[in-house]
Design a protein around this ligand. Sequence first.
Ligand code: P6P
Length: 334
Amino acid sequence: MSEIITLGEFIIKNQTRFPESKGELSSLISSIRLAAKIVNAEINKAGLLDHIMGKVGDTNVQGEEQQKLDVYANEKFIKAIKARQQVCGIASEEEESFIAFESEQCRKGKYVILIDPLDGSSNIDVNVSVGTIFSIYRRVSPVGSKATLEDFLQPGHQQVAAGYVVYGSSTMMVYTTGDGVNGFTFDPTIGSYFLSHPKFSIPKQGQIYSINEGNYPFFNQSLKDYLRHIKLVDKESRRPYTSRYIGSLVSDVHRNMIKGGLYMYPGTSRKPNGKLRLCYECNPMAFIIEQAGGKATDGVQRIMDIKPTELHQRAPLYLGSSDMVDEVESFLKA
Ligand code: P6P
């Protein structure tokens, strides 16, 4: 039995990696831990309490129906993060613009955070797993001033931390601060997260591919050629691959992290930049995947090298096992 380490103990043990941060980053990650517990408790009751089921009637900045739980999750994460007075601002999928925290203490914060508070929320009403995604940067604006948009539009390789919470058959928090990826499973009987998946390492090759093939008519020919290739029967390369698509980025990526695989949300003739948002979905997942030994590209370039120009901009995403990303890129670049 490996050593029993709580997430709190792990955060403290690892904060020595950021000598310039006097525990700010630890406190910030800890606030995410707390908010995830609160959201998890509500998600687990979603089938019982109609006040959190279904749609809130509004649409978010993406024009997507807002589910009541993603509004709830957004409020809880913003409140928990703001209360720690460690970040100067936050950007969220559910907020049109970034929020610059006004207090003097917050303006001294060295970090900004971007979140997708409840990704895959359309799955809530059908009891399929959903997730939270977060990304943390050092601010580029002067400490003591108000956060600026530039603080949030940094390329992904500038991230100091990124992670996700998957509210699945069990609730897990998986995150990196640039020194590998570790997974913590929540024990609701104790109310703590325990280290359950130390040092994630995604297999270089896998046989699982995740894509919404309902969009096939709108894929470009090179992607269609790849999808045909992986369906051919070839014992040596263990083709045909297996299709697994949950419709929840966090869940599909989490499975691929463990078993190996490739998640794709490509650009199409209808949506040339795909559906996923660069700043708070693609970049944090790319940081995590690369730290676990995988790859993440937009089909042409490394996701984390893209310089964002808009907070909610979208990017095509291919991420997972490095050999599988290389293989699909060989078709896309042919
Ligand atoms: P589609 C959820 O809305 C999400 O952002 C990801 O979590 C998921 O992988 C994808 O969109 C599903 O999109 O178009 O296949 O339903």
